[in-house]
Design a protein around this ligand. Structure first.
Ligand code: 9D3
Length: 250
């Protein structure tokens, strides 16, 4: 899968794209990521990409001409898949696992990182934007961090990027519950013991305890997720029933 990141801060992406899972996926050729500097697409002698807002007001607006030129150049690239253009923007659809999975079906994503107060609306009006994605209801200074989050979340759904062992866990998060708590050595730390089932060596007990903890943690920290959870096994029905009762009789 290919990503083109359109930004006025191309240097921003150097270390995140060189490290860890995404770095390895690029190295192995599963992902191709190009960082596209917007500035060279500006016709302005000073390579200016922003300007004051018509109508006045504080802050600058990312101008249409350089961004449209960049998007048209990316679309015209010979031999490459047609890009699906995503603008990272506070008005977009909230990123979640379902959206990440959908986007991973595209052979090529162009991620446009906004800056300043926003992008000249005519880039959208010209039909060059396919969809807009937000990370949530908080203010970032621009789309770069959001583009990296999207790239990483989407990459995990690209076959081969996540290893065999991890992909089982990916599926288990995908069932819409929080993870169970984790413990490692030492067995006792500051008087705090590791829960007995985990030390029992009984795989079935351990599995059951962890599943129960998933419901417990989800009920406590993300009750909204439980409202949407559809149990598919008798065990899950029993556990869901139990946490639901506990919730109603505290
Ligand atoms: C301070 C400016 N805000 C006026 C109330 C509007 C505004 C403009 C530009 C707020 C944020 C931004 C830049 N943000 C993004 O480009 C962005 C973003 C975000 O701010 N929050 C969550 N997801 C995203 S995706 C892109």
């Amino acid at each position: 899968m290919r990503f083109d990141l359109v930004t006025i801060f191309p240097g921003y992406f150097a270390s995140p794209l060189g490290e860890a899972l995404v770095g390895k996926a690029i190295e192995s050729g599963l992902l191709e990521v190009r960082v596209v500097d917007l500035r060279p697409f500006s016709e302005d002698p000073h390579r200016k990409v922003d300007d004051e807002a018509f109508g006045g007001g504080p802050g600058m607006v990312l101008a249409a001409p350089p961004l449209v030129a960049a998007l048209e150049a990316l679309r015209a690239e010979e031999g490459a898949a047609a890009p699906h253009v995503v603008v990272l923007s506070p008005r977009g659809r909230r990123l979640d696992a379902a959206l990440a999975r959908e986007l991973a079906l595209r052979p090529r994503l162009v991620l446009v990182c906004g800056r300043y107060e926003g992008i000249d609306e005519r880039v959208r009006e010209a039909g060059l934007v396919d969809e807009e994605v937000s990370l949530g209801d908080f203010v970032l200074s621009g789309g770069e961090v959001a583009a990296l989050a999207l790239l990483e979340a989407v990459s995990r759904f690209v076959p081969g990027v996540v290893g065999e062992e991890d992909s089982v866990r990916l599926d288990s998060f995908e069932d819409g519950l929080l993870d169970h708590p984790h413990y490692t050595r030492p067995r006792e730390f500051r008087g705090l013991a590791v829960p007995e089932p985990l030390l029992s060596g009984h795989h079935e007990r351990i599995r059951r305890w962890r599943r129960e903890q998933q419901f417990e943690q989800t009920a406590r920290h993300r009750p909204d997720l439980l409202d949407r959870f559809a149990p598919r096994t008798p065990e899950d029905r029993e556990l869901l029933d139990r946490v639901a009762r506990r919730g109603r009789t505290p």
